[in-house]
Design a protein around this ligand. Structure first.
Ligand SMILES: Cc1ncc(COP(=O)(O)O)c(C=O)c1O
Length: 498
């Protein structure tokens, strides 16, 4: 084990996490042409018409662009959505191949969810979270039918960030008297952009989120990222040493009360852990009396072929957080669900979490209708089934695209990791390229796809994320995959020859 842990120092030297990030001058920034969205840097189908350009200009001139450099943001103006498609102000149709950022799992404009929101708005538009409503009671009952069965008490918020901030507060407050106020997370992760969650986030976004100071008491640990093992090992001979490292880190740190992780990592590249990893992490956290928080903001709601990704490994977390596809993206809603131990504690102690829009009646109605729709359409099973087709086709693509370094996924949740050199795994771009608004290779591939009428989400830093609405047909999947196959030529052309 010593050799394994010794590697952390070598790695820290090789991949300096605080390598300057935003403080460095932008290096050779290339600006893309006409359209560019906030996080994906994509171009529209063609040069926009007058009205579309006016809408785009008004928005980009007067609105901030999240996780982007404002001046390079020229968003396509979208006016309508229907099923797996959305439409721009010029009437161009786009296939949504990523459910936006993995939230429109039911497709755009699901009629049942819209009707539920309308019905609730007519009855009771808003009431504060200190009141009970029929919508809230109904939704709580329905949640019990899909969540891991040990999770019995719910806090509703409005975003994934808020769900994770709530989990962090609950853990810290629970263990405050014992001084177990540290919370661990992994490097290759995203948990949100606020105080605690911005620091818990481990990927390149953290350099910007932490600028000016992060949250004390956050400790990062390595990931089960086998393609680029942070410990320099190979599965299965490694014995899943990255999980053992967590045990070592908890004991060496002292004062650790929680560990948060994405069971299947999302925006940082759809990393599916080896089968032993999560059960092992569950055992370690239990033995050390550390709360395990599984962040299912992206991986929940059928995305991976189970209601929640932890269910693939029969792991029950102490806290599960989720958001995004809870309402199929129709209303901002999030959940922090806890086990009995936390529930009983907060029956007797003051909960340091609240929000004006917590348990908003429209969100409760939308969430309940969404669960009904997931069940009626059999979308969880469908995701598992259709995912096999995606995996097969992506594996075939790897055979003839030199730029594909790795293909990973589960259910309808897949990533391609692009590399400049497959032998050395050299990436096309660096975190600095991403943080300075550079026109990264994945953006360029996404631009080509958008020009062909397919929207694809780009991860941090070198991934393309395939996470279409779970209602997608095999033919529609093939349309998107064919466009991806074609667009990857952009990357292939810039790979290094062996
Ligand atoms: C795993 C994960 N956690 C948390 C968040 C933050 O959610 P939100 O953007 O709703 O605040 C995201 C968003 O992409 C996410 O993917």
């Amino acid at each position: 084990m010593n050799a394994v842990f010794g590697l952390q120092y070598t790695l820290a030297a090789k991949f300096p996490l605080h390598s300057g990030g935003l403080l460095r001058p932008a290096r050779g920034r290339r600006h893309p042409s006409i359209y560019r969205t906030e996080t994906q840097g994509i171009t529209g189908k063609r040069v926009p018409g007058k009205k579309a350009k006016e809408l785009s200009d008004e928005v980009s001139n007067s609105n901030y662009a999240g996780f982007n450099v404002g001046g390079s943001w020229h968003p396509p103006a979208i006016t309508r959505g229907e099923g797996v498609h959305f439409y721009d102000a010029d009437g161009n149709e786009y296939l949504d191949f990523s459910s936006q950022p993995a939230c429109v799992n039911l497709g755009h404009n699901n009629r049942a969810v819209i009707k539920a929101i309308q019905g609730q708005a007519e009855k009771l538009d808003y009431i504060g979270a200190s009141f009970a409503t029929d919508a809230r009671a109904t939704y709580s009952e329905k949640l019990r039918t899909v969540l891991p069965s040990n999770l019995e008490k719910y806090y509703f918020g409005t975003s994934g960030t808020e769900a994770n901030e709530a989990a962090f507060r609950m853990v810290r407050s629970y263990f405050a008297k014992e001084g177990k106020t540290k919370v661990m997370s992994r490097y290759n992760s995203y948990h949100g952009w606020a105080g605690a969650t911005g620091t818990l986030t481990g990927n390149a976004r953290r350099f910007a989120l932490e600028a000016g100071g992060g949250m004390p008491g956050v400790v990062h640990v390595p990931d089960p990222y086998c393609y680029r093992c942070p410990l320099g090992l190979k599965y299965p001979e490694c014995g899943v040493a990255c999980a053992d490292y967590v045990d070592y880190a908890i004991k060496s740190e002292g004062g650790v009360g929680g560990l948060i992780l994405e069971p299947v990592t999302g925006a940082s590249g759809v990393v599916v852990p080896p089968k032993e990893y999560l059960p092992k992490i569950r055992k370690i956290t239990q033995e050390n009396d550390v709360f395990l928080i599984t962040d299912e903001v992206m991986s929940g709601w059928g995305r991976t072929g189970e209601w929640f990704a932890t269910q693939h490994w029969a792991v029950e977390p102490d806290i599960l957080t989720t958001a995004k596809a809870m309402t199929g993206g129709h209303f901002p809603l999030s959940l922090t669900a806890t086990n009995k131990r936390l529930a009983e504690y907060y029956d007797k102690n003051w909960l340091p979490v609240a929000g004006t829009f917590s348990a908003h009646p429209l969100g409760m109605a939308a969430g309940a209708a969404a669960i009904d729709e997931y069940k009626r359409l059999g979308l969880v099973k469908k995701s598992a089934l259709m995912g096999k087709h995606v995996g097969k086709r992506l594996a075939e693509m790897k055979e003839h695209h030199r730029s594909i370094g790795d293909v990973r996924g589960l259910g309808l949740f897949w990533a391609l990791e692009l590399v400049k050199n497959r032998a050395t795994k050299k990436p096309f771009d660096t975190p600095d390229d991403y943080l300075t608004g550079g026109d990264t290779m994945v953006h360029r591939v996404a631009q080509k796809m958008m020009a062909d009428g397919i929207f694809i989400y780009t991860g941090v830093v070198s991934h393309l994320i395939i996470s279409p609405p779970l209602i997608i047909t095999k033919e529609q999947l093939d349309t998107g995959l064919d466009a991806l196959d074609e667009a990857l030529k952009v990357a292939d052309a810039e790979t290094e020859r062996a």
